[in-house]
Design a protein around this ligand. Structure first.
Ligand code: F6P
Length: 321
C-alpha cells in the first residue's frame, strides 16, 4: 500500500475532522500518501480529488463538521456512478479507500469493493450510534452533550411555567441519543423506536406525575418513534389538559466542537483504518469495543441491529418515580 484515499459521507458528525487528521497523520508516519476526496461519493464520481499532507489537517481536531465536505449521493447508488468513482481512484493510483460515515456510506463502499475490487475500510462516523460492531460511533458523545444542554435549558423554563415539555432528539431509526439524554437529563419518560410503548402511556405518566406533586415534566422522544414528539404532546394535551410545549432540537445536534471522547475515538479509529488497509483487510468497519479495536464486515454493520442498553432503559423508568 502506497497511497490511500479518504472521504466523509452522509450526515456530518463532530469528530470527523479528528478522524481525517488521524488517517493523514498515520499514513504520513508510515510514509504513505493520502488523497482527500471532497463532497463524499458525490465528489468521488466527479473526480474531486487532491493530495492531503499532514499540515493540511493542522488546527482541525477541535472543529465540528468536516473539512472534506459531505453529501448524500443518489448517483453513487447507480453502477455508472460507482464505475466513474473507481476510474478516478485508479487514475490517482489509490490502493485503498477509507470511508468515514454511517450505514448509507458503508453500502456505497461495499458495492465499490464488490464491483471494482478496490479495498475499502469503514470508519463509523454518525451521531446516531446505530452501527453494529462498535460500542460508539464518532459524533455520538458530542450530540448527547449538545442535546443535554438544550434539555437543561428547557427544564428551566418548563419548571417556571409548570408545563410539560416534549423534546425530540435525532437518531434516525435508533433511540440511543434519546435514552442517554433522558437518563442524564432526569426526564419523566422516554419514547424510543426500539420499544412499542403506546403513546397513550404518556398520558398516564403525566397524570401520575401530577398526583405525586410534580408540576412540570420533561419527556424525551426519539425522532424514530412513530408520531414523534408532536404525537406524544398531542396525546398529553388531549388526555390531561396540561399546558404542553414541543421542542424539536434538529440539526443543532450535529454541530459544535467534538468532546474529548469523540476526538479520542476518532483518533484511534482513523489510525486503525490505515493499519487495516496495510494489513490487507477490506470491506470491514473498524470499531471499538471493550477488547480494543475490532473489525466487522461492512454488511453486518447495517444488517445486525445494535440494541439500546436495556439496563439503562430500566434505570430511566426506576429513577422517574
Ligand atoms: O444520520 C444523522 C442524522 O442527523 C439523523 O439523526 C437524522 O435523521 C438525519 O441525519 C437528518 O438528515 P439530513 O441532514 O439529511 O436532514
Amino acid at each position: 500500500v502506497k497511497r490511500v484515499a479518504v472521504l466523509t459521507s452522509g450526515g456530518d458528525a463532530p469528530g470527523m475532522n479528528a478522524a481525517i487528521r488521524a488517517v493523514v497523520r498515520t499514513a504520513t508516519f508510515e510514509s504513505l500518501e493520502v488523497v482527500g476526496v471532497r463532497r463524499g461519493f458525490s465528489g468521488l464520481h466527479r473526480g474531486e480529488l487532491n493530495l492531503l499532507g499532514p499540515r493540511d489537517v493542522a488546527n482541525t481536531i477541535q472543529r465540528g463538521g468536516t473539512i472534506l465536505l459531505t453529501a448524500r449521493s443518489s448517483t453513487w447508488r447507480t453502477p455508472e456512478g460507482r464505475a466513474s468513482g473507481a476510474k478516478y481512484l485508479r487514475e490517482w493510483g489509490v490502493d485503498g479507500l477509507i470511508v468515514i460515515g454511517g450505514d448509507g456510506s458503508f453500502h456505497g463502499a461495499h458495492y465499490l469493493q464488490q464491483e471494482h475490487g478496490i479495498p475499502v475500510i469503514g470508519v463509523p462516523g454518525t451521531i446516531d450510534n446505530d452501527l453494529y460492531g462498535t460500542d460508539h460511533t464518532i459524533g455520538y458523545f458530542t450530540a448527547v452533550e449538545t442535546a443535554l444542554d438544550a434539555v437543561d435549558k428547557l427544564r428551566d423554563t418548563g419548571a417556571s411555567h409548570e408545563r410539560v415539555f416534549v423534546i425530540e432528539v435525532m437518531g434516525r431509526h435508533a433511540g440511543h441519543i434519546a435514552l442517554d439524554v433522558a437518563v442524564a437529563g432526569g426526564a419523566e419518560e422516554v419514547f424510543i423506536p426500539e420499544d412499542d410503548k403506546p403513546v397513550t402511556d404518556a398520558v398516564e405518566i403525566v397524570k401520575e406525575s401530577l398526583a405525586k406533586g410534580k408540576r412540570g415534566s420533561i419527556i424525551i422522544v426519539a425522532e424514530g418513534y412513530p408520531g414523534g414528539a408532536q404525537g406524544v404532546a398531542d396525546a398529553i394535551q388531549a388526555g390531561t389538559g396540561m399546558e404542553t410545549r414541543v421542542s424539536i432540537l434538529g440539526h443543532i445536534q450535529r454541530g459544535g466542537s467534538p468532546v474529548s471522547s469523540d476526538r479520542i475515538l476518532a483518533s484511534r479509529l482513523g489510525e486503525a483504518a490505515v493499519y487495516a488497509l496495510m494489513d490487507g483487510r477490506s470491506d470491514v468497519m473498524v470499531g471499538r469495543d471493550s477488547g480494543g479495536i475490532c473489525y466487522t464486515p461492512l454488511h453486518e454493520t447495517w444488517e445486525r441491529r445494535k440494541d439500546v442498553s436495556r439496563d439503562l432503559y430500566r434505570c430511566a423508568k426506576t429513577l422517574s418515580v
